[in-house]
Design a protein around this ligand. Structure first.
Ligand SMILES: Nc1ncnc2c1ncn2[C@@H]1O[C@H](COP(=O)(O)OP(=O)(O)OP(=O)(O)O)[C@@H](O)[C@H]1O
Ligand SMILES: [Mg+2]
Length: 131
């Protein structure tokens, strides 16, 4: 089963999260800037012209489609690396993915979500070494 993680995180945590994902061997991902708000509905800023409300706060959304056997380890890596403990640390959505088709090779599904040197390849190398 393929899953998609949409992790909406602080802009200044992007490098940490990327490094954490890279460390565990998550290779394929993309990200973009999003604006939105969660529980607090934005923040109040105090400027020279007085206080004003900013409703849509900028965050970075990291998207990862992956095999569900790697879901928990990826979520844990994001939780650890994106955390400050303050409001606004972000949110993670997980959804099922129907299919994936790589254009060049026409690989589909789980086969299309294998990358050289990724988490699955590392696991199989460890198995081979232990033989
Ligand atoms: N229900 C939702 N649907 C879509 N996007 C959301 C939803 N809730 C939050 N977001 C997005 O996720 C971001 C995360 O917000 P934030 O970290 O403030 O979460 P929170 O739920 O308010 O928790 P906290 O209390 O820790 O701040 C928001 O800025 C918004 O972009
Ligand atoms: Mg919030």
């Amino acid at each position: 089963m393929l899953k998609k993680i949409e992790a909406i995180i602080r802009e200044d945590k992007v490098n940490d999260v990327q490094n954490a994902l890279n460390e565990i061997g998550i290779v394929g991902l993309n990200m973009f800037e999003v604006r939105g708000h969660g529980r607090q509905g934005g923040v109040q800023l105090v400027g020279r012209a007085g206080t004003y409300q900013v409703n849509m706060l900028p965050k970075i959304q990291i998207n990862i489609v992956l095999n569900d056997r790697n879901l928990d380890i990826a979520i844990e890596a994001i939780l650890k690396s994106a955390y400050t403990g303050e409001p606004g640390d972000g949110i993670i959505f997980v959804t099922p993915v129907e299919d994936v088709i790589r254009v060049r090779t026409r690989e589909r599904g789980q086969e299309a979500m294998m990358y050289p040197g990724d988490i699955d390849m590392r696991k199989s190398q460890t198995v081979n070494k232990n033989r």
